[in-house]
Every structure is written in structure tokens, then in C-alpha cells.
Design a protein around this ligand. Structure first.
Ligand code: SF4
Ligand code: SF4
Length: 716
């Protein structure tokens, strides 16, 4: 559980997590295997249709939460079940402790439940003198270690079999081996008697079906069934968000949940419980069943136009499985109770601002979580929105005030950049700075060399460029972004030459400024909207066929976020959409519309890999085009694993969390070097800055190029 008070303390905890070798290896192995398992499990299915269907059903249920609760209560009570509603976590714990007292229960066996983790139920019951034994293997292990889960589905994934063996030796007082089979047997032996002795079983539930008052439990271990059937009293604790109208809704979710969680078509057990069945030691020979629904902010959240979609979550854990940060630091540092991307959001609503203030900043906005979410939640957007909420309630960091002021004043910003060019002279060495600026002198920032500002910005070269084209095939407006304009202008110059050579008329509106993504990443939504307004006035979408960019981050921000940022402005809403619709990235434009002939390029066969920028492959949905272009241009394109894994830049992320950023990029480059790759091509100057700067520090043979540079170099 992440509880650090300050960002500095949190970073210290992250560093410790990075040093946990076994955890890193285990999570890395799982992260590398997960995509294949998931793809296989979903083979032959229309995944996007299923995701949309689950999203629609959950949205409906969330909007009708109170009605569904009333219906469930009526149905379940008619079948002999007691239904309770707890407004807070504390109230839920009190209700359950009261049930135990009233029914004279002292020994409790429990199966896995994230809702019980949310309310810290075990602690509350133990304070009431009750004995609680977790019976899911992973949960039992972490209970014995006095820890919380490090993954929502695999709670003990961070532990090695040696650690578990030592733990079991200590608990049983007998030397235990390290093979998994015998460790499982130890758990089985130790827990069997607890089931027999228990008078109360506590479970969670994945579904509460209103039409029949039925609970649905999706598990991989038999303990769930023992917990809910053996003891005379069964208490199920679940959030109001688990309510669904019908069995059909639950079965639809069931098509996605296990496939997305662990790559299984179905889990070992799916249990449906309707009503109080016969039970000899129970009151009047029937089982005593209580269902405790937890609100804890869910009803308020359901009313929120932006955040209600967080309640679609079916707790599959996939957003952690694919997160490059979770993969390095694990759930104890990447969650409070709930883990991964959804944890960064729910922590604020369920556990408050303080618990989330540091945690929510730990996101690269890489969109990998959004891409796999089986409920279609726009997780990165909600994470940003939580950041905005938190920032609006505290003292604004100086960097935000400064960035908002500078980036919304284009002339000031560009004057500063031009001045910076003169100021950097004493520390410049070729294309890099010899050492880092003073505020970045700490060792953890030294994993990459920073680029120097170019001698002449693209906007200052533009008037002298030869852009004349007679009978143009297309008219494109260039959106440059700051990084290419002032640091890598040669990429833009090469693009202009390439395009004009192919009969494309290129225009460049000099009044355009920063796209505003860094502001949004800092949570400065209003300043980001101000920049968006400025840019859609500067670059008129009606005057060109396409607005072309060589920066994937700018591209996806202009395409996706401008319409969102200006959606409430009646005068600009339409234009912002038109602007977004005209955005295209350089590689897609060349691949789709220009289709350069092979004969234009020399065949050098240099071993070349591709780094797919997050904002290109997930943000703009561009996948095969850039790879095909590299092949077309006479390079030997080699497909490498994890081409689509983030480079670790994440805008200002690498400044806030350099330790994590450095690990991500070094791991990526190390693997490419092992594959004997000589050129790494990509389509985002931000990725180039991160990858090229780190490659320079590594002093290997790998060269990082923008796709336009790779194409230009190959031209005959
Ligand atoms: S956007 Fe990327 S870094 Fe952020 S939570 Fe999602 S997967 Fe993790
Ligand atoms: S947010 Fe989506 S991916 Fe993450 S646990 Fe919930 S349903 Fe699964």
C-alpha cells in the first residue's frame, strides 16, 4: 500500500521497489507472456464489439444503481437472504462484525475480495476479537506476511517460491520444500481444518443479479465454494457497482473477464448463489446468508458525467498487466488498495486526496491500459482528470504556473528558446549538452544526454525553403510542435523536401505554437484549452486537405483532445472537430497517399527496428504503415518484441520520476542491442529525445532516427 506523504518519499519507495529483483523478473515475465495469452483467448471474437457491449451494459447498470439495488433486495429477501447497505467502509465493517456477534460466530474463513481490502475488513474484525483466515492461496500468503495484495487477481505475484517456502516453514514449524506442488499441499492441509471449524464464511462477488437476487463468483481456486457453502453463515461484501439487471449481462461480462485477466476462456469455478439453501446447523435448518452492499462514494460517482465510467471496472487487473510502470515497481508501490491504472483513479474517490496525491502523478499517459480495458474505460483521461481535481484543491506547483504562462504566450516562449540557444553555448558538445542544466544535475537524471537547441529553428528556415509545386496533388498544412521546430528542425526540412518532391504543396502557419499537451500532462486544462484555441485559429483546417505532423504526441493530442477541450464552446466545437479530423502523421500520409516506389531508394538492408510511439499506435491507431515504409525504403525491418511499449518519456514524467523513466528506456535499448539492431526508427521527436539521448549515454552502435530521416538517407 502506497502511503508516502511527499513526492520525494514516494520516489524513495519507488527506488526501493526497483531494487526488488525477483519481483521485477516475475512481473516482467508475466508482462511479456500476457499479450500472447490474451490474443489467443480472444481469437475469433470481435473484441471491440464485446468491449463496447460490456461498457454499455455496465453504464446502464451504474445509472440505475438504486433501482437495481431495490430489485435485488426484494428478490434476495424473498429467497431468505438478508440484504444490507453500508454508506461507508466503516459501516460495512460494523455490519459484518454485528452479524458475527449476533450469530455467535468466532471463526471466519474468507475468500478473495477487493471490496474487503477496500474496507480493511480483516483488521476491523480482528479488533472485534474474531479470527479471520484468508483461504485463497495468494491471499493467505500475504496475510501471513501482513501485507496487502500486489495485484488484483494474483495477490502474491511479487513473492518467490523460496520466500513462500521459508514462510510456510515458519508457520508450520516444519521444514518445507520449494516445489510449488508441495507448497500448495501445505496450504491445503493447514486450511482444511479452518474450513471445518469456521462458523462464518466471507466472500466477495463479481455480480449481483437484480432480476433473481443471485450472486455470481468467478474464481480459480476451490476455496470460494468452501467459504460460501461449509460455514453456517455466509456474508458477501460487494460494491454497489456489481449490480446488474440480468444473468445475460453477467454472462456477457464473463466472456471478457477471464480472457482479459489471465488469458483463460473461463475460470476453474463460476459459482451462482440464489437464496438460502438447506443447512443443518443454520437457523431453522437453512443457511444464513447476508449480502452487504458498499456505497463508499459509488452512488455519488455514478452521477459524475466524467468519472462514472470508472464504475464499469470488472476488476480483471489487465490495466496493471500492461502498464510499464506497474511492471517495474509492482502493486505495493503502484496502488493504495486498488492497483494499476484503475487504482490511480479509484483511490481518490474511495480513499481520499491524500492517498492519491503522489500516486496519480505516476503515469506516462502511454494508453496501454486503455487499449486492453475490457470495459472500455478511458483510463489515461480519467487519470489526468483526477490530477486536475487534486491540483485544483491545493497549492499550484511553481512549474505549472510557469509552464501555463510561457506556453500560452507563443512569442515569449519562442524568444526564450532563441535566447536559450545562445545560453547553451558553453555547455554544448555537438548535438547534445555536455552536462545537464543545474536543476537536473542529480545522478538519476543522467541516464540520457539532453539535446542542444538547433542553431536555426525550422520557423526561421521556412522562408528560404523551396516549396514551389505546380499542380499539387495535395495541400497540407504543417503542424511542427516545439521540439521539432527548435531542436530537430532538420526532420521538418527533410519532410518538406520529401513532400514537395512528391507533388505536395506544404504550407506553414508561423503563428502556431506549442500543441498544449505538456500543459494537459501537468493538469493545466484551461491553459491547454487556450493554446488549442490559438492553434485552430492559426492553422485553418478549411484551407488544406490535411494537417500533417511528424510528432505523434502532437498528432494524437490535436486529434483527440482538441475536440474534447473545446467541446463546450459553441463557436469552436465544430472547427475543433474539423481540425481534429484533418490531422495525419507523416508516415501514414506517405504510406497511404504517396506510396513511394521502391526504385527511389537504395537497398542497404541495414537491420532496422521500429519503436511505435504510444501516441501513434494507440493514440492515432497507426500500426503497419511505418514498418512497411521502412521495408519499402530498402532497410531490413526486423519485428522485435514490445515495439509498442512506451519509451518512458511521458512528457514531464521523466522529470518527475527519472528512476522509472531511465529503467524503462534502458531495458528497451538493451533488448534491441541484443537483437543486433543498427537503426531504430520512430515517428515522434519526444521518443527520439529519450531514445537517442539514452543511446548516446550507452555508447552502443544503435542509431535512433525519425522515419523521415531513415527514408531520406535511403533515397537514391
Ligand atoms: S497510461 Fe500507461 S503508464 Fe499510465 S496507467 Fe495506463 S498503462 Fe500505466
Ligand atoms: S479498469 Fe479495465 S482493465 Fe483495469 S481492472 Fe478494470 S476492467 Fe480491468
Amino acid at each position: 500500500m502506497q502511503t508516502a506523504d511527499t513526492l520525494k518519499e514516494y520516489r524513495k519507495e519507488l527506488k526501493q521497489a526497483l531494487d526488488q529483483e525477483f519481483q521485477r523478473q516475475a512481473l516482467d515475465n508475466f508482462a511479456r507472456a500476457y499479450p500472447t495469452g490474451r490474443t489467443k483467448a480472444f481469437a475469433g471474437r470481435d473484441v471491440s464489439e464485446l468491449v463496447a457491449d460490456i461498457g454499455r451494459r455496465k453504464d446502464w447498470a451504474v445509472q440505475h444503481m438504486d433501482e437495481l439495488f431495490a430489485q435485488f433486495k426484494a428478490q434476495a429477501e424473498a429467497a431468505g437472504v438478508h440484504v444490507h447497505l453500508a454508506a461507508t467502509d466503516r459501516e460495512a465493517n460494523e455490519i459484518i462484525a454485528r452479524i458475527a456477534r449476533k450469530s455467535k460466530c468466532t471463526n471466519i474463513v474468507k475468500s478473495k475480495s477487493m471490496t474487503a481490502e477496500e474496507t480493511l475488513l480483516n483488521h476491523a474484525l480482528e479488533e472485534n476479537g474474531l479470527t479471520v483466515t484468508e483461504t485463497d492461496l495468494g491471499e493467505w500468503i500475504i496475510q501471513l506476511r501482513n501485507e496487502g495484495p500486489s495485484h488484483m487477481v494474483m495477490p502474491a505475484i511479487h513473492l518467490s517460491r523460496d520466500e513462500v517456502s521459508r514462510l510456510f516453514t515458519e508457520v508450520t514449524g516444519r521444514e518445507q520444500g520449494t516445489d510449488i506442488e508441495s507448497l500448495v499441499k501445505v496450504a491445503r492441509r493447514e486450511l482444511r481444518q479452518r474450513f471445518v471449524d469456521a462458523d462464518m464464511g466471507i466472500s466477495g462477488a463479481n455480480f449481483a443479479i437484480a432480476e433473481s437476487g443471485t450472486l455470481g463468483l468467478v474464481t480459480n481456486e476451490g476455496n470460494g465454494r468452501l467459504v460460501t457453502t461449509l460455514p453456517r453463515v455466509h456474508v458477501a461484501l460487494l460494491g454497489l457497482d456489481k449490480l446488474l439487471p440480468s444473468l445475460d449481462d453477467a454472462l456477457t461480462i464473463l466472456q471478457g473477464l477471464p480472457r482479459n485477466a489471465t488469458g483463460q476462456a473461463i475460470t476453474s469455478y463460476v459459482t451462482w448463489i440464489t437464496g438460502a439453501v438447506e443447512c443443518a446447523p443454520g437457523p431453522e435448518g437453512r443457511k444464513e446468508i447476508h449480502v452487504v452492499f458498499l456505497d463508499n462514494g459509488r452512488r455519488a460517482l455514478a452521477q459524475d458525467p466524467i468519472f462514472s465510467q470508472a464504475l464499469r471496472c470488472v476488476r480483471c487487473g489487465a490495466c496493471a498487466n500492461v502498464c510499464p510502470i506497474y511492471r517495474l515497481v509492482g502493486g505495493h508501490r503502484y496502488g493504495h488498495i486498488y492497483i494499476g491504472a484503475i487504482g490511480l483513479i479509484l483511490t481518490y474517490f474511495f480513499h481520499g486526496l491524500k492517498a492519491d496525491a503522489n500516486l496519480v502523478q505516476n503515469c506516462l499517459n502511454c494508453q496501454a491500459c486503455k487499449d486492453v480495458c475490457v470495459a472500455g474505460i478511458d483510463l489515461p483521461r480519467l487519470i489526468k482528470e483526477v490530477q486536475v481535481l487534486i491540483q485544483s484543491q491545493g497549492k499550484k506547483p511553481l512549474i505549472n504556473t510557469a509552464a501555463a504562462h510561457v506556453l500560452t504566450h507563443r512569442r515569449l516562449f519562442h524568444t526564450m528558446l532563441r535566447a536559450g540557444k545562445l545560453g547553451q553555448k558553453p555547455v554544448q558538445k555537438g548535438p547534445f549538452l555536455r552536462h545537464l542544466p543545474h536543476f537536473l544535475l542529480a545522478e538519476e537524471y543522467d541516464f540520457k544526454a539532453l539535446p542542444a537547441l538547433a542553431p536555426k529553428a525550422f520557423r526561421d528556415q521556412w522562408p528560404k525553403l523551396d516549396t514551389a509545386v505546380s499542380h499539387p496533388k495535395y495541400k497540407v498544412g504543417l503542424f511542427t510542435g516545439c521540439l521539432q521546430d527548435f531542436v530537430y528542425p532538420e526532420q521538418l526540412v527533410q519532410a518538406v523536401e520529401f513532400l514537395t518532391r512528391h507533388g505536395v504543396e506544404v504550407s506553414f502557419a508561423r503563428d502556431q505554437g506549442c500543441c498544449g499537451l505538456p500543459l494537459l500532462m501537468l493538469g493545466e486544462k484551461e491553459a491547454a484549452a487556450q493554446v488549442a484555441r490559438h492553434n485552430i485559429h492559426a492553422v485553418d483546417p478549411n484551407e488544406v486537405d490535411f494537417i500533417l505532423t511528424l510528432c505523434a504526441s502532437c498528432g494524437s493530442h490535436l486529434q483527440e483532445n482538441y475536440p474534447l477541450l473545446l467541446d463546450q464552446e459553441s463557436g469552436l466545437r465544430v472547427k475543433a472537430r474539423q481540425f481534429g479530423d484533418k490531422i495525419i502523421d507523416f508516415s501514414s500520409f506517405v504510406h497511404t497517399y504517396l506510396r513511394p516506389a521502391k526504385a527511389m531508394f537504395q537497398n542497404t538492408g541495414v537491420r532496422t527496428a521500429y519503436h511505435a510511439p504510444c501516441h501513434l499506435c494507440r493514440g492515432m491507431g497507426v500500426t503497419h504503415g511505418p514498418r512497411e515504409l521502412l521495408q519499402q525504403a530498402g532497410l531490413e525491418y526486423v519485428s522485435t518484441p514490445e515495439e509498442e511499449t512506451c519509451c518512458g518519456l511521458g512528457g514531464t514524467y521523466s522529470l518527475k520520476f527519472p528512476e522509472v523513466s531511465g529503467e524503462i528506456v534502458n531495458t528497451k535499448l538493451h533488448r534491441l542491442e541484443q537483437e543486433g539492431v543498427r537503426i531504430l526508427a520512430t515517428d515522434c521527436p519526444g521518443c527520439i529525445m529519450q531514445l537517442r539521448g539514452t543511446a548516446a549515454r550507452r555508447q552502443g552502435k544503435l542509431e535512433v532516427l525519425h522515419t523521415v530521416e531513415a527514408l531520406t538517407r535511403q533515397m537514391r
